[in-house]
Design a binder for this molecule. Structure first.
Ligand SMILES: NC(=O)c1ccc[n+]([C@@H]2O[C@H](COP(=O)([O-])OP(=O)(O)OC[C@H]3O[C@@H](n4cnc5c(N)ncnc54)[C@H](OP(=O)(O)O)[C@@H]3O)[C@@H](O)[C@H]2O)c1
Length: 240
């Protein structure tokens, strides 16, 4: 008879969400509570007030090392860390992008989430079971976003490395890939968008099933499948 492998649960969890004031961040806060989290640290550069005593607003600028250290000190009981905060650069063109915007995007979407994960690693691994969720994008696999894609590709790679390092210490690492989601970040985009609530349900379903990767929509699934083919499969314009 095989012994069932325990999987992480949101019930009883203490969750920290970065960028909690944003579209997907707010959905993470709500869904964590709906699934029985006992406390959610809703972090933001400018924390808002929340109408629920289980939600603890906490100041956190992920680019500021002092702010990160203060958040680790203020939230020593976190069992689920959600690296959600991110930014969109002013252009998808590398040829038009300034050096400052290139660096700012890589810092916000790649360097800062990795440093936050490493700063919270001792907290997470002090529990018998814990979770790290990293918000990537379909852009990790599809280079339509210039430095945004590059930053999400780098974060995807870091997530894979962190998963290998943290698994033996009891921290389960989940990466999230999704096309457009109906938030302020995608306000300028036409076409189908997933609702933040739908996305977050998929993420927590994956966490609670012990899965490693969320591929949240058909477009993202088709892009991932095309990675196995020659590069023209993903970028047919190269055949012209
Ligand atoms: N929307 C989409 O189509 C889509 C698709 C794939 C992946 N994603 C990813 O999903 C995540 C959430 O995005 P969203 O769609 O919810 O966008 P959003 O509504 O614009 O939220 C982004 C959040 O990130 C926060 N943030 C940015 N820089 C920060 C910093 N230095 N420190 C702390 N917080 C910071 C913002 O805080 P402020 O409120 O202070 O500005 C904002 O609350 C991002 O990582 C994004 O790349 C989004």
């Amino acid at each position: 008879m095989s012994v069932p492998v325990p999987t992480p649960a949101l019930a009883g969890a203490v969750v920290l969400v970065t960028g909690a004031n944003g579209g997907i961040g707010s959905a993470f806060v709500a869904e964590a509570l709906a699934r029985g989290a006992v406390k959610v640290y809703a972090t933001a550069r400018t924390p808002r007030t929340w109408d629920d005593e289980r939600i603890v607003p906490l100041a956190l600028d992920i680019l500021d090392p002092a702010s990160v250290a203060a958040a680790v000190a203020a939230a020593p009981d976190v069992t689920v860390l959600i690296n959600n905060a991110g930014m969109l650069p002013p252009t998808a063109s590398f040829l038009e992008l300034s050096a400052d915007d290139l660096r700012a995007t890589m810092e916000t979407n790649f360097v800062a989430p990795v440093l936050l994960a490493t700063a919270f690693a001792p907290v997470l691994t002090s529990h018998p079971m814990s979770v790290l969720v990293d918000m990537h994008s379909v852009a990790s696999w599809y280079a339509f976003g210039g430095v945004y894609s590059a930053s999400k590709a780098a974060l995807w790679s870091a997530t894979n490395s962190l998963r290998l390092e943290l698994a033996p210490k009891g921290t389960h690492v989940v990466g999230v890939h999704v096309g457009y989601v109906d938030t302020a970040m995608a306000a300028g985009v036409e076409g189908p968008k997933l609702s933040p609530a739908d996305l977050v349900r998929q993420v927590f379903d994956t966490v609670e099933a012990g899965g490693y990767e969320v591929i949240a929509d058909e477009f993202t699934a088709s892009v991932r499948a095309a990675l196995a083919a020659p590069v023209e499969a993903l970028y047919p314009e190269l055949r012209a």
